[in-house]
Design a protein around this ligand. Structure first.
Ligand code: ZN
Length: 91
């Protein structure tokens, strides 16, 4: 996967490579078809673009039943907000 995005964005979305997050799916964004995740440790916010149909269906119930995002899929997590910095990355 190439990460050569255009330079007009101040901070391009970055894949979450830090294993110390504890991502939980808590909602979905219907407009962009992304899963919405929050880190239980650092309160960071992230999304997972292009979820599978199965993931999307499960996440539909996440507002009532949040669930832990599997570690094996952390490479697909795109961090939008980092706790402390609170920097919005417009994807
Ligand atoms: Zn975290």
């Amino acid at each position: 996967m190439k990460n050569a995005r255009s330079c007009n964005k101040p901070v391009p979305p970055q894949p979450d490579t830090k294993p110390d997050h504890d991502w939980w799916v808590f909602s979905t964004c219907i407009g962009t078809v992304e899963l919405m995740l929050r880190c239980a440790k650092t309160d960071a916010f992230a999304v997972v673009p292009n979820p599978t149909e199965e993931e999307w269906k499960r996440a539909y119930y996440a507002p009532k039943n949040p669930y832990r995002w599997p570690k094996s899929e952390y490479g697909r997590v795109v961090v939008k907000w980092m706790a402390g910095a609170h920097r919005l990355v417009v994807g």
